[in-house]
Design a protein around this ligand. Structure first.
Ligand code: BT5
Length: 249
């Protein structure tokens, strides 16, 4: 990550990912951060929404790596590890901060952060831009989320400011992006796996067209989740959600 990263702060915006995309399309060279105090249309994956009240961190980093879309396989896991580092830096107990496939960070088995990576490629096949959108629950969390949620305040009793969280997150993320070797997925996967939630255990997996129970085995080298079905068959998931067996409904 080069020096001289730009930053925009909006008290309220629709979605920091949407705003970062608009800036990228308008020709902003990046890298740049878009941070918002509040989002009116914060988004998750597959058209879901992200609860975005004032007090939490909503941040998107837009940058233009000269790589191909398929080279991004490790990025969601790199970002999850950087968010994990950040929660730990602010006092979350290390053993409780876990990564949940594909893009969540849990504290005490409850979702404290979600990551939404969006990208666009040029005609030649290389990426035009990548946007890493990160929501971190510093203070608030929804009580009706599909997967139980929490916040840093709820876990540690300490209130961290958006500014402090953004500063530390940026440091942790640059360190990990700088160390990223695009052709070495395995060291990222190995670290992510060490802190992952549910590996070796039975979980409920939900994709766009099916829900089933399986044992989580690990990551394939293109970022898919490998799971073993009850009949012994192995399956690779490229998109979907994982729930505890008892909490899936
Ligand atoms: C995510 O989607 O977890 C990605 C969230 C990314 C949000 C950031 S904020 C900055 C940037 N700008 C944006 O517009 N987005 C990014 P997904 O795995 O689809 O999870 C969404 C689901 O999580 C929702 O359907 C709810 O059930 C739950 N949820 C919503 N808000 C939450 C919150 N604040 N904390 C925990 N769970 C939440």
């Amino acid at each position: 990550m080069p020096n001289g990263v730009g930053a925009f702060f909006f008290e309220v915006c629709d979605s920091t990912n949407a705003r970062a995309a608009t800036l990228a399309i308008a020709g902003e060279p990046g890298p740049l951060w878009v941070v918002a105090g509040e989002q009116s249309a914060g988004r998750g994956r597959r058209g879901r929404s992200w609860t975005s009240k004032t007090g939490n961190l909503y941040a998107s980093l837009m940058f233009r790596p000269h790589i191909r879309p398929q080279d991004l396989a490790a990025l969601p896991f790199i970002v999850a590890l950087a968010v994990r580092d950040t929660f730990i830096a602010f006092g979350a107990p290390e053993s409780q901060v876990q990564c949940k496939w594909p893009n969540d960070i849990l504290i005490g088995e409850r979702k404290a952060s979600g990551v939404l990576i969006e990208s666009s490629a040029k005609h030649g096949g290389l990426l035009d831009y990548v946007i890493i959108g990160i929501g971190m629950n510093l203070v608030h969390f929804p009580d009706d989320a599909a997967f139980g949620a929490t916040s840093l305040l709820h876990v540690t009793g300490q209130e961290v400011s958006v500014k402090d969280a953004a500063t530390v997150l940026a440091e942790k993320l640059y360190a990990r992006i700088d160390a990223w070797k695009v052709d070495d997925f395995s060291s990222v996967a190995e670290e992510w796996t060490r802190y992952s939630w549910g590996l070796g255990q039975q979980r409920v997996l939900r994709t766009h067209d099916e829900t089933f129970t399986a044992t989580l085995l690990g990551l394939s080298d293109d970022g898919a989740l490998i799971a073993r079905l009850d009949d012994g068959l192995e399956k690779r998931l490229y998109a979907g959600d994982v729930f505890p067996v008892e909490r899936a409904d």
